[in-house]
Design a binder for this molecule. Structure first.
Ligand SMILES: C[S@@+](CC[C@H](N)C(=O)[O-])C[C@H]1O[C@@H](n2cnc3c(N)ncnc32)[C@H](O)[C@@H]1O
Length: 414
């Protein structure tokens, strides 16, 4: 990392490429007529850093981007209000870019007949330019990319030059603020939000920053609240304490129950339609504590026609692994493989057993065999990604996570 990349990372959490950092700094140096990079860095001020940051953020957003999340929110908010009509539902959009995401939320809720005084939306972005644009509420063609533009007629006024201003009624629902998610003091807002949108931010973060950001979000979200992520970000949330919810193509997640409550976790996983928990009751190792939830399990039978007796052995292997009886689980897997040598699931369980007994190399071999036999095995891909992360191989980890995310998206769509 160059000093400028490090400075940008420190200020934003973003992993900025060397070329992007150099482009930004050249542009600022030209503007300030700095003699060279050292000269520029010596003259650095907080204001100058903000200006430099503006050149590296990616404020790409548009109305109704990945619309299912907004509709799922309307469903969720309605259920909350049905359960308690007197409450105010609190929503956070971070990062909000130029306001497209929080305004879409307000439009969808308004169109769903949710009373304006029953919710509010806080919206945060690190970029002052984004927040100024959002507060202004004027948008050009680029912000209207969805096919159905009926919302534009309902909630905007044309002001010429293909520009549109958001209505005052929608504008009032959102409170904008400039800030860095990573620096937020969450102590005053612990468990405060019922709904959080955090989409298309973690993809720009490295692993420690991702973990720090998720910890902030976890603190801000109320128990029983819902968080919507970008589709490529779901595996990271699953890795750090969240589990997927079954809103089709919305990429909604909830906080996982406390790690010390295996029964609650198993119930939560079942509620989410995931496979039974496989954590052992033996004392967890660092790797054993890592959890990956599968959004929509592909039934073993669907991809693997196997004799009933083989399936029973596999179920038994899982049950034993759940109980922490790893040796016996391994034996059942091997018995199962003797009858169904192409069983991806058996290799997956063998991978878990080996990970839990501190044999990561063997675990890796088994999971690789698993995805060779079943390339869309989401959990195996996630576990391999985590392993690559702990082996300091971020490129492989990123590729595996992206592949897992594609599979997640496909499974949600089907
Ligand atoms: C690609 S946009 C995502 C906007 C919106 N959530 C969406 O999905 O359309 C990314 C935004 O993240 C903001 N950002 C980057 N680092 C941030 C941080 N540490 N805290 C808050 N916002 C940040 C950028 O300014 C940019 O507007």
């Amino acid at each position: 990392m160059t000093p400028v990349q490090a400075m940008l990372h420190g200020a934003t959490g973003l992993s900025v490429s060397k070329s992007a950092a150099e482009r930004a700094i050249r542009s600022r140096m030209e503007l300030l007529a700095a003699a060279n990079e050292d000269d520029y860095l010596e003259r650095m001020t907080p204001e100058e850093l903000t200006a430099l940051v503006e050149l590296v953020v990616v404020p790409e957003s548009w109305f109704y981007r990945d619309p299912q999340a907004f509709h799922a929110t309307a469903e969720f908010v309605r259920a909350r209000l049905d359960a308690d009509a007197g409450r105010t539902v609190r929503i956070l959009s971070v990062p909000c870019a130029g306001g497209e995401e929080p305004y879409t939320l307000a439009m969808v809720l308004s169109d769903a007949g949710i009373p304006h005084d029953s919710y509010f939306i806080d919206a945060l972005d690190i970029s002052p330019a984004c927040v100024a644009r959002a507060t202004d509420g004027v948008y050009g063609r680029n912000a209207f990319r969805s096919q159905d533009l009926g919302f534009r007629d309902r909630h905007f006024t044309g002001i010429g030059d293909e520009e549109y201003r958001i209505s005052a009624a929608i504008r009032r629902q959102v409170r904008f603020r400039q800030g860095n998610l990573l620096d937020l003091d969450v102590s005053a807002r612990r468990g405060y939000y019922d709904v959080i949108f955090c989409r298309n931010l973690l993809i720009y973060f490295d692993k420690p920053t991702t973990r720090a950001a998720i910890a902030q979000l976890e603190a801000l979200l109320t128990d029983g609240g819902v968080l919507f992520a970008g589709y490529a970000e779901v595996p990271s949330f699953c890795q750090f304490g969240f589990m997927p919810l079954q809103y089709p193509q919305a990429f909604g997640l909830k906080k996982e129950a406390l790690p010390s409550a295996p029964a609650a976790r198993a119930a939560a996983r079942q509620a989410a339609g995931a496979a039974p928990m496989r954590a052992p009751r033996t004392p967890p190792t660092t790797t054993a504590r890592r959890r990956v939830a599968r959004p929509q399990p592909v039934p073993v039978q669907a991809t693997l026609p196997a004799p009933a007796i083989a399936i029973d052995l596999l179920a038994e292997a899982r049950r034993l692994a759940d109980l922490g009886q790893l040796k016996q689980a391994e034996t059942r897997c091997r018995d199962h493989l003797a009858q169904a040598p192409d069983s991806a699931e058996a290799y997956f369980i063998l991978g878990l057993v080996n990970e839990l007994t501190n044999r990561p190399q063997l675990a890796e071999d088994y999971w690789k065999r698993c995805i060779y036999l079943q390339p869309d095995h989401y959990e195996a891909l996630c576990h391999l990604a985590l392993l690559a992360d702990s082996n300091n191989d971020p490129a492989t980890a990123t590729a595996l996570k992206a592949r897992a995310a594609r599979i997640y998206k496909r499974q949600q769509a089907s």
